[in-house]
Every structure is written in structure tokens, then in C-alpha cells.
Design a protein around this ligand. Sequence first.
Ligand SMILES: [Cu+2]
Length: 252
Amino acid sequence: MSVHARRVLSALVVAVGAALLSGCASSFGIPDGATEQGRDINDLWGRFFVASLIVGGITLALIVIAIVVFRRRRGDDALPRQSEGNVPLEIVYTAIPIAIVIVLWSLSMTTENRVLDVADDPDVSVHVEAFAWGWRFGYPQEGVELVSEPDTAGPQMVLPVGRTTRIRLTSDDVIHSFYVPDFLFKRDAVPGHVWEFDITPAETGVFEGTCAEFCGLNHAFMRFSVRVVEPAEYASWLRTAADAQAEQEATL
Ligand SMILES: [Cu+2]
């Protein structure tokens, strides 16, 4: 390898290394995942990102080496050494991509199975009903219901941190989509069908949500949020909300 080719190669190695290191410090451009399931997705994304950086880096390096080392030189019209039908080489470069696909596929399947796994006995149960154009969040055991109102930021679902919440998601009319970007999770709300999935918030905070399936005129206003609090604060919020709801119903 010429000195020039070696320099180009070392510059590439440094660039790929820097990209890898800077990527490890962040989440490779996506939210960290504020739920246990979201962190699992984030982890998978990180693995895919590193794999693509390595494969992309090696491919780019080979292209650059081929261009630099085998370029046509002045007065040299001879073809470089040709190698055809090298069976072991062909087996290797067919087997490596197949192995990469198998590994990435297995990682995807195991992560998906974990993320979509539902607990036998969830701590909290919330019924989510999407409608044109808003959301209804129901806590059936406590008789609490939160509904979108016109010209507001949307209802706020409150959940305890570290506890498993079962969401039962459906739609009243057309297809909507329940999407909380920080949870790295999105699921269509389909009329006549109830989806069940679990989320286990891993940190406290307020996380914005929205409808992610274009559903008509006021689709853009189908906002909501999820507030994750300590379990004790959740219990007292729920008690207050249940009392307020009972009082409201009594006055009607
Ligand atoms: Cu929508």
C-alpha cells in the first residue's frame, strides 16, 4: 500500500472512530426512551447504528483503496491482476452479509418480543379511546375519565414511575395513532379493535403525545401528554381526580 493510501485509510479510521465515540455519548439521534420498553428500542437502535457504521466504514475504505491503489497511472496501460472465480472468497463475501442479517434479525425479534410482552398482572390499567379529534383516557377501576376539550393542550394521562401500565387502545371512528415520541412507541388506534400493550415509565416528567395518523381536519390538534410521577403522588392524584369526578356526576 502506498503512503498516500495509508494516510487516507488512517483518516477514515479516525473519522469512523470519532463518529462511534460521539454516538455513544448520545443516543445516535433519537430520544433515550423514557420507558423500560423505550430503552430497549433505544438499545437496539444503537446496535444497528454501530453495525451500519462498521459496515459503511469498511465499504468506504475498500472503495477508496481500490480507487487510490488501482488507479490508472501514466504510461501504464496494462490491466491489474485479474482474479475470477475465487470460490473461497465468494463464499466469504456471501456468508458475511447473511450472518449480519441473521444477527440483526434475531436482535430485532428478541427486542420486539420483550417490548410487546404483556404482564400477567399490570399495576395500572388505562383505557385509551381516540376519536375525531381528541382522546379519552379512562381509569376504569377508579371511574376517572379525562377527555380532550376544544382549544386546550389535550388531556394529561398520569402514570406512576417504575410500575407497569396496561394500555387498552381503540378508536371511536377512523384510524388514529397513539404516539409518545419520548417512549419510542407508536400504535394505531383502530375502530372495532382493542390493542393491549404495556408501558413501564422509567423516569418522571411530562412527555408530549400526539395522533400520528392523518385522520381529518383537526388531526393536528389531537395532542395529549403523559405525566409520570412517583407512585405516592400518583395515588393521591388518582384519589383527588376520582373524588372530583364523583362530585361532578352528583351535581349533574
Ligand atoms: Cu389524527
